[in-house]
Design a protein around this ligand. Structure first.
Ligand SMILES: O=C(O)CCC(=O)C(=O)O
Ligand SMILES: [Fe+2]
Length: 210
């Protein structure tokens, strides 16, 4: 990190070009991240994810939840992977974490996608988070709890890969042109048997209600 970044307490961009990914490392003590992990595990209505694959709806082993603000008292709805979802209200923990992440990343968010990976056997394949509902070039803030896992980016054209390890209580922020030019994934691994929870705070541009 150069002196100027260090003085501003600004993390460095881990991507070489075509996007910005800031890894802040742990933004809370381990005891807090363990507390949040347990609270998220017990207070969130975790469900298997559904995705449209070759015209069929399949359920993933990984569990998910989607929480968001409301519009005129109604929950947001959001379509991704060919399936429309209704948002759940933010819990007290999620509101506190959203505030913390907004403070560190100097951005605001109106929704959060939550993922629960029961072990290293579960991961997420290469993708980018460029759904049309998301604010163009808006920041996506990813907060990790539970076991440390490897995370990787791959440039869509050059295929260059940048990998890092996401520690419990750590924050990673993707912004700028990252989703246009880079894919990311959570590779499955046989080396990990413990669970991990990841929260990605996002901004839905023109929220819809149904
Ligand atoms: O689990 C992670 O670290 C990333 C999850 C992710 O990429 C997503 O929800 O879009
Ligand atoms: Fe993603």
């Amino acid at each position: 990190m150069d002196l100027f970044s260090a003085l501003l307490d600004e993390p460095i961009n881990i991507l070489p070009h075509d996007g910005v990914v800031h890894y802040y490392g742990e933004i809370m003590p381990l005891s807090d991240s363990e507390h949040y992990f347990q609270r998220l595990l017990s207070t969130i209505d975790w469900r298997c994810d559904q995705a449209l694959v070759l015209g069929k709806i399949i359920a993933t082993k990984r569990k998910v939840a989607w929480c968001a603000d409301t519009l005129n008292g109604k929950p947001f709805s959001y379509s991704y992977s060919g399936v429309t979802k209704q948002s759940l209200p933010f819990t007290d923990e999620l509101r506190a974490l959203k505030k913390l992440v907004e403070h560190h990343s100097n951005a605001s968010y109106n929704s959060c996608l939550l993922n629960l990976y029961h072990s290293g056997e579960e991961g997420m394949a290469w993708h980018s988070d460029g759904e049309t509902e998301l604010a163009k070039q808006g920041a996506i803030a990813s907060l990790s709890f539970g076991v440390e896992r490897k995370f990787a980016f791959k440039h869509k054209e050059s295929k260059q890969v940048v990998a890092l390890s996401l520690k419990p209580g750590s924050l990673l922020v993707m912004k700028g042109a990252t989703q246009q030019h880079w894919l990311h994934r959570l590779p499955p691994t046989k080396k990990v048997s413990e669970p991990r929870i990841n929260l990605t705070f996002r901004t839905i541009d023109k929220p819809e209600v149904s």
